[in-house]
Design a protein around this ligand. Structure first.
Ligand code: NAD
Length: 357
């Protein structure tokens, strides 16, 4: 798995007292300490941690942050432990990072690891800067503010400008109504864009007359699904057939397969979710004339927010930096696309060059 970027280190950690077993992958630190979250799952593998670490190297480099890429995992099923046992393991994980964090690696929340766990990591590690995504009273900038969704929308604005489209006149669809999707809807509808379809794990709601953000949020909060809103209900995957100008992906990986590309009627797809398409399907979409803004360009708002938290910045600085960086990077990428290169290929080149040079 080694190439010209990394990984520089793959470390196995173990604490006999709590039984904590983990893997830390530091892919690359040329631009700064490796940044990337820690997930807790019983099936975490070295390969998975490495692939996620590489994605972070590219994302941080593309975002122009003084961070490299890393990732870690604690191999455990939190459902099988009491809260005290989980805490002891997470504290032990923080302690095991003592020689690495924050100088070489800075961790963050991921699957089954949230704000509270970051507090425990600091308890074990002793350095408040060993992780981001901490509670507000520890200098954290909450994810609930919607930094990633906000960044996705900034990328969307640049894509629309590139296509000569006016945001106040577009229709759009959003796959997933969680942290990323909800804020994408909020920030786009605030600019006058019309939401015509929105999905979650229970199905797809379609309404060509428009779906109001506050109303659909209230429905999701009270009923647990957007499918109880006003409109026609279909299968989640039917979002690919929706007739709208823009699709924002904000849920699952591999949403759009190579075969699905021919179904798309969107002019622009902004990837809020990670790896919703393969490179091959992105190339096909480019040939068909659909502009795709790749995940590691569009959804870097969260890691940019982590950077602001790391350097002790404010929420206002966070909004400003997310906008500045995502707009600049999306523009830089779009300036490089041609008949031969799709947006992801251009972005990969920019990110790799920044790391290697
Ligand atoms: P979340 O758990 O808050 O929300 C996920 C949403 O997707 C939920 O509404 C869920 O019902 C819906 N969903 C699940 N299966 C679905 C399906 N088959 N079809 C349609 N909707 C479905 O997650 P999130 O934090 O919003 O993350 C969404 C995606 O964005 C993930 O790919 C994640 O890796 C990526 N991402 C998130 C962040 C972040 O800061 N939250 C940053 C970068 C990338």
């Amino acid at each position: 798995m080694n190439d010209d970027i990394g990984p520089e280190k793959v470390i196995k950690i173990y604490d006999p007292k709590t039984g904590m077993k983990g893997i830390v992958c530091i892919d690359n630190t040329k631009l700064g300490p490796a940044k990337g979250g820690c997930r807790m799952r019983p099936d975490v593998t070295e390969d998975e941690v490495f692939r996620l670490a590489r994605a972070m190297s590219l994302k941080c480099s593309m975002a122009g942050l003084p961070f490299g890429g890393g990732k870690s995992g604690i191999i455990a099923d939190p459902k099988k432990f009491s809260a005290e046992e989980k805490k002891a393991m997470v504290v032990a994980y923080g302690k095991a990072l003592k020689n690495l964090a924050p100088a070489e690696y800075i961790t963050a929340p991921d699957i089954n690891m949230a704000e509270e766990e970051m507090k425990w990591i600091v308890e074990g590690n002793g350095d408040n800067n060993c992780c981001t995504g901490k509670p507000k009273e520890m200098g954290g900038i909450p994810h609930e503010l919607g930094s990633t969704g906000f960044g996705v929308v900034q990328s969307c604005f640049v894509g629309l400008e590139h296509l000569g489209m006016d945001v106040s006149k577009i229709t759009f669809a959003v796959e997933g109504f969680g942290n990323v999707g909800e804020f994408a809807v909020k920030f786009l509808t605030e600019k006058g864009a019309k939401l015509v379809a929105v999905s979650d794990s229970r199905g797809l709601l379609v309404n060509p007359d428009g779906i109001d953000f506050e109303k659909i949020k209230a429905v999701k909060d009270s009923e647990g699904t957007v499918t109880k809103g006003d409109g026609e209900v279909k299968e989640s995957k039917d979002i690919l057939d929706v007739k709208a100008d823009v699709l924002i992906t904000a849920a699952i990986k591999d949403l759009i397969s190579d075969d699905d590309v021919s179904r798309l009627q969107f002019k622009l797809v902004v990837q809020g979710s990670n790896i919703p398409m393969t490179l091959e399907s992105e190339k096909k979409a480019a040939e068909k004339g659909v502009l795709i803004i790749p995940d590691f360009v569009a959804n870097a708002g969260g890691v940019i927010s982590s950077y602001v938290e790391f350097k002790g910045g404010s929420v206002e600085e966070m909004w400003k930096l997310v906008e500045e960086k995502i707009v600049a990077n999306t523009k830089e990428m779009l300036a490089g696309i041609s008949g031969e290169k799709c947006p992801r290929e251009v972005a990969m080149e920019i990110a790799r060059k920044r790391i290697l040079e």
